[in-house]
Design a protein. Structure first.
Lengths: 222, 241
């Protein structure tokens, strides 16, 4: 049903992509984990994954701030998300509109719309987006309607996510290999991805396969 | 008959409860007392569905009201149940000629009641319960009265559903957070154990699982322990804050 909602959003709002992204804070600070629950297309998924790979982006901000983040032209947002903007533009996304999925104080994630051309969201489109966001939130809630029922780790919304799983596994490996914290390990992986112009998931795959081994940083305090 | 003067006072009171700290038990009791008061009924009772969709007794304005609600549930028969099933009000039902309630009607008459009314607690297709009123004289509700009591029930229904939604949302967030965090911790531990032992992540997973089994612990707790050992427990934890 969430996938259908994404398709409706793309069609009715003339977007290039729509994503329902579930998120939760995992550590102190701004690190988020989660999973993509539904997408309108694979390319929309790739764009959304950028935020997780880079640790920055409008979707994350919408979740962390519990308020919509509307960016009618990404080209003006380079200072805000120096890692995310060039990658998103390269992927053909010129504008994004991110709406947090909330009920009261409870935050589930973000309903994120991507557009291939720069445009502001009209009042009418904003209202439609808010309604769709609320629908998405209710669908998530209804999927686990009975109170007290345990969410299985591989339930309908939390299906296998190989890319992310691989990143977390590599994170654990790097933590051991370098003798650093998990947070530091992820930071080192991201730095390596940036320096070698690779996707984070590719770096992770290389680490897991033993093709890449990150070097201890001689400048870092131990 | 319902006195119009009390209506606005009553609705203001109900609205107040929506804003302040919401005590469901209090709210429901007050609802039955008010419903009886404004309608001139001598007793009122309320049933709501539980999480499994079964009707449960929730509140009454006095002990007779409670008795009659429980009696309906025990015998699976009565105006409250009919109202809940059909989603339609039961109005001005004369207990002396209530062949549809062969067990319930005599009991209610025994307690001194002659008429009964039931109003659905309903929001569109969601029926969450029913409100029962019992009168000792032949209290006849006219159309305006029915609308007023139904409006009262409707306001209460909205408040209750909102409260339920918020509660469900909060519980869901906690569970979702737990499930997502658990996934992360388990994957990280797989990588850590793989690096520690020089084995594959699949083999690492098997190690973690067998340790969880033999120590009778949850997999996520075993995984968290592995991570804590390597980097200390301050960085990341699945334990409740």
């Amino acid at each position: 049903m969430l996938a259908r909602l994404c398709e409706v959003a793309v069609r009715d709002l003339r977007m290039s992509g729509a994503v329902v992204s579930l998120m939760t804070p995992v550590q102190t600070g701004r690190e988020l984990s989660g999973t993509i629950a539904a997408v309108s297309s694979d390319s929309a998924r790739s764009v959304e994954e950028l935020e997780f790979s880079l640790g920055e982006g409008p979707g994350r901000e919408a979740f962390l701030g519990s308020r919509p983040v509307l960016t009618p032209d990404l080209e003006g947002a380079l200072g805000r998300w120096p890692g995310y903007v060039p990658e998103a533009l390269a992927a053909g996304v010129r504008a994004t509109f991110a709406f947090p999925m909330l009920i009261g104080a409870a935050r589930f994630g973000v309903f994120h719309l991507h557009c291939s051309r720069a445009r502001p969201l009209t009042g009418h489109d904003t209202a439609t987006s808010l309604v769709l966001t609320e629908l998405a939130t209710e669908i998530v809630l209804d999927t686990y309607a009975p109170v007290g029922e345990h969410i299985p780790l591989d339930g309908p919304l939390l299906g296998p996510d190989e890319r992310r799983d691989g990143i977390y596994q590599a994170q654990g490996m790097v933590m051991v290999e370098l003798g650093v914290s998990l947070r530091e390990a992820l930071a080192r992986m991201r730095a390596h991805a940036f320096a070698s112009d690779q996707a984070l998931s590719d770096v992770a795959a290389d680490i897991l396969a033993g093709r890449t081994r990150l070097e201890p940083d001689p400048d870092a305090a131990s | 008959m319902i006195s119009p003067e009390r209506i606005s006072d009553l609705f203001v009171e109900v609205a107040d409860t929506l804003v302040d700290e919401f005590d469901v038990v209090d709210f429901l009791h007050n609802l039955t007392v008010h419903a009886a008061g404004i309608s001139g009924a001598d007793a009122a009772g309320l049933m709501l569905t539980d999480q499994m969709g079964r009707l449960q007794f929730m509140a009454a304005s006095n002990s007779n009201g409670e008795t009659l609600e429980l009696f309906q549930l025990q015998n699976s028969e009565g105006p409250c149940l009919d109202c809940f099933t059909t989603g339609e009000p039961v109005v001005n039902a004369d207990l002396a000629h209530a062949s549809r309630w062969p067990t319930f009607a005599p009991r209610a008459i025994q307690l001194g009641y002659q008429s009964v009314h039931a109003f659905p607690m309903r929001l569109r297709e969601h029926i969450i319960g029913a409100l029962n009123l019992f009168g000792s004289a032949h209290a006849r509700f006219d159309t305006a009265d029915v609308r007023l009591v139904q409006a009262l029930a409707d306001v209460a229904t909205i408040a209750l559903m909102q409260e339920r939604t918020i509660r469900r949302a909060e519980e869901l967030t906690e569970q979702l957070q737990g499930a997502l965090t658990s996934r992360v911790v388990i994957e990280q531990a797989k990588g850590a154990v793989a690096a520690l032992r020089g084995i594959s992540t699949d083999e690492a997973f098997e190690l973690l699982r067998s340790r969880a089994r033999s120590h009778q612990k949850r997999l996520v707790d075993v995984a968290q322990a592995v991570l804590d050992e390597r980097q200390g427990p301050t960085e990341q934890s699945t334990s409740p804050r």
